[in-house]
Design a protein around this ligand. Structure first.
Ligand code: ZN
Length: 501
């Protein structure tokens, strides 16, 4: 390694250390911090955040970057050096476009909007949230103008979460998904009673859930020597570096599987971060490459592995051992059917694997219209109900169960929602490619063993961190860019069998 690049890398390590310290403070806030600590914690995080921002956008980093680029001009595209320089050059130029006045104003608008959102959701009072939503939309529009775009404004917002993906691409992919899966949901709708999931709605002691969650994370390959399972209101995972990646869950006594599936989901996110190559640690490449790819790893473990019959044929006896009163007499197959019940509903985070994507399409279509100016915030609740009826065939009775259910828009995080469904689609494409490249993977999965699949993911996805953009990564791993087809094939086969369609 040469001198200029080493100096540049040293600066990146410093910035990463500040960012990971923020992550530790945030994790602590969500897990152990007493409520009274909140004001102090907000000040600490805000101080460290502005230090990190200043370091990253400084002329000093710009000079080090420029010198390293000159020195490494001939480096191979796939080398760590060339990838690092590519990645940092792009983020550096992007972040420099946003003035510190904008960053400050933006956090004050979203801070107020977030608080107003929480209260208006609690009170089912959209009108009190409306002015804040208008401010958040204006902020999103302004940020798109600063960020820049060539085709349409929404592209600039999407690009900040799924680099390189265009709105037109998502529209095309979602249209294919919609035309194939809406009829499938309709067909299932006529046979709703074919799957009985009442056994999931009983009292499940939290202590046994805790043990089972630990078991479930280990069963899919989450490394507890470099991890930790904590308890929170809204489950998440966080990385302080590849050797300390933590997961969290929430325990609902009346519905045990929600804590287990949250753990499987977060384990998928965390194993991605645990699998990143060691030499990328403490740099901007030492993290997952996009929201969509990250979500593909969590969904893959949660659904393709965790909601498969093979997995439960092996692990169901362990579940029964922890909940004998609730589950004795239930078979693995009955349990598998119950956890895959499809039912159109109002709340995104409680939706099954199939209708989930329709919740996302509702949001994707509406937020494009908000950003383009076609739809006014005042008309959003009405438009929401109409879209829910069109795509899911249900109309929420209240705004709390409808347009007010998600935090994202109050944070001006427009362009984020589609990455959830992109994640589902990537995950199916990864699994299909893995099975075709290694013929033993399918047989192992049928025996509840995902070790081989995990090795494939590690080799093709995890170890690269952010070296490649999502489209590049997908193409390198699967041989083609993202399409809806592998997901459509997967749900057709799975739900066709479950509902005898
Ligand atoms: Zn996730």
């Amino acid at each position: 390694m040469s001198q200029k690049y080493s100096q540049f890398l040293e600066k990146l390590h410093t910035i990463s250390d500040v960012e990971k310290s923020i992550a530790v403070l945030d994790w602590d806030r969500e897990t152990y911090m007493p409520m009274a600590g909140n004001a102090g914690r907000t000040a600490q995080v805000s101080t460290l955040s502005s230090i990190a921002h200043e370091l990253f956008t400084s002329n000093e980093l710009g000079d080090l970057l420029g010198a390293a680029e000159q020195e490494q001009a001939g480096a191979d595209y796939d080398s760590t050096q060339a990838s690092m320089l590519r990645n940092v050059r792009r983020s550096y130029d992007e972040k420099r476009r946003f003035s510190s006045e904008f960053v400050k104003r933006s956090s004050s608008i979203t801070g107020a909007a977030g608080a107003a959102w929480a209260k208006s959701r609690q009170d089912n009072d959209f009108p009190s949230f409306q002015p804040h939503l208008e401010a958040a939309v204006a902020l999103g529009q302004e940020s798109a103008e600063i960020y820049g775009y060539t085709d349409e404004k929404y592209d600039a917002l999407l690009d900040q979460h799924e680099r390189g993906m265009k709105t037109a691409d998502v529209r095309r992919i979602f249209a294919a998904l919609k035309s194939e899966t809406v009829p499938l949901v309709k067909a299932i709708g006529e046979k709703l009673d074919a799957v009985d999931n009442r056994m999931l709605k009983q009292d499940f002691p939290v202590e046994a859930q805790r043990t089972m969650c630990h078991y479930a994370a280990e069963s899919v390959g989450y490394d507890f020597k470099r991890g930790h399972l904590g308890e929170v209101h809204h489950p998440f995972s966080t990385s302080f570096g590849r050797n300390d990646v933590r997961i969290t869950t929430r325990f609902a006594p009346e519905f045990a599987v929600s804590s287990i599936f949250a753990v499987l989901h977060e384990s998928g996110h965390a194993m991605y971060e645990q699998g990143i190559a060691e030499n990328l640690d403490r740099t901007p490449l030492g993290q997952g490459t996009s929201s969509g790819i990250h979500e593909s790893q969590s969904r893959l473990i949660e659904n393709q592995v965790g909601r498969s019959l093979g997995y439960w044929q092996v692990h169901f006896p362990e579940l029964v051992r922890h909940f004998p009163k609730q589950l004795t007499g239930v078979t693995a197959e009955q349990f598998y059917r119950a956890i895959n019940k499809v039912e159109p509903s109002f709340i995104r985070v409680e939706a099954d694997e199939l209708t989930y994507n329709m919740h996302i399409m509702v949001r994707f279509e509406l937020e494009q219209q908000l950003i383009s100016g076609e739809l006014r915030a005042a008309d959003l609740p009405q438009a929401w109900r109409a879209k829910m009826q069109e795509l899911l065939g249900v109309t929420p009775k209240t705004d709390a169960q409808g347009v007010l259910q998600d935090v994202h828009w109050s944070l001006a995080a427009f362009g984020y929602f589609p990455t959830y469904t992109l994640g589902n689609l990537y995950s199916a494409q990864f699994v299909a490619a893995a099975k075709s490249q290694d013929s033993l993977i399918e047989a192992d999965l049928a025996k509840g063993d995902s070790t081989r699949l995990l090795a494939w993911l590690h080799h093709n996805v995890h170890r690269h961190g952010s070296k490649y953009d999502p489209a590049q990564l997908c193409e390198r791993a699967t041989g083609s860019t993202l399409t809806a087809q592998p997901f459509v094939d997967y749900v057709r086969e799975k739900y066709g069998a479950l509902y005898a369609l």
